[in-house]
Design a protein around this ligand. Structure first.
Ligand code: A5P
Length: 228
């Protein structure tokens, strides 16, 4: 359907478009992943040319990249919130609800998106879906009692799989684990988001419901469009 080359190109197009929304003096939340990579690179270039922003990264990976590019990073004691947060997504539905967390950074991403006046999502065309749920929903859980947490996720109708890397459990930047959960097509994302978060042991899940203000993506002709 989509060539890998085309998707890379799409990621760059939407990623760089998002950088246009960043204005001088803004406090910006920087997302994680291969799409926002292009936004961060562009911001690095703009900062080099004189743009002045303060940023907070949503992952260790993004922190490294931003530092390399000379973007000023601040911590939470220095700010009260964000003018803007920009991030990718794993799925985006027609109501601009999202599944995120494919890269494992969902908790920090959600904390920052929640605190942002505006949350802009960037997505290549492979991310656009009618209903959420083909991409397994990432759920971050604390290690203590994770077998019980897994059971409760099953009781909600999910099929959880512990995320692993090189044969060992994948650890998030927060020292937690991730269950990638197949819930089939998700009919009521808002309800599921809340129900999952009611399970003790769950830290957060990758459903972002009603959070995205804008989604920057491409139309069928490959032109950048802004929804929302
Ligand atoms: C990271 O945990 C995710 O939420 C990412 O935002 C998401 O996986 C998008 O990543 P890509 O831009 O690499 O597809």
């Amino acid at each position: 359907l989509f060539g890998v080359r085309d998707l890379v190109n799409e990621k760059q197009m939407v990623g760089e478009k998002a950088a246009e929304f960043v204005k001088d003096g803004m406090i910006v939340g920087l997302g994680t992943g291969s799409t926002v990579f292009y936004t961060i690179q562009k911001l690095g270039q703009l900062v080099n040319e004189g743009l002045s922003i303060k940023a907070v990264p949503t992952s260790i990976q993004t922190e490294r990249l931003a530092r390399e590019l000379g973007i000023t990073l601040v911590d939470f004691t220095e700010i009260e919130g964000f003018d803007l947060a920009i991030d990718g997504a794993d799925e985006v539905d027609e109501n601009l609800n999202l599944i995120k967390g494919g890269g494992g950074a969902l908790l920090r991403e959600k904390i920052i998106a929640y605190a942002a006046k505006e949350f802009i999502v960037i997505a290549d065309s492979s991310k656009l879906v009618k209903s959420l749920g083909t991409f397994p929903l990432p759920v971050e859980v604390v290690p203590f009692g994770m077998e019980l947490t897994e059971r409760h996720l099953k009781e909600l109708g999910g099929v959880p799989r512990l995320r692993t890397i090189d044969g060992a459990p994948f650890k998030t930047d927060n020292g937690n684990f991730i269950f990638d959960c197949d819930f089939g097509f998700i009919e009521n994302a808002g309800e599921l988001e809340k129900a999952i978060n009611m399970i003790p042991g769950v830290v957060e899940n990758g459903l972002f419901v009603g959070m995205a203000d804008k989604v920057i993506t491409l139309d069928k002709q490959g032109k950048v469009v802004i929804r929302g």
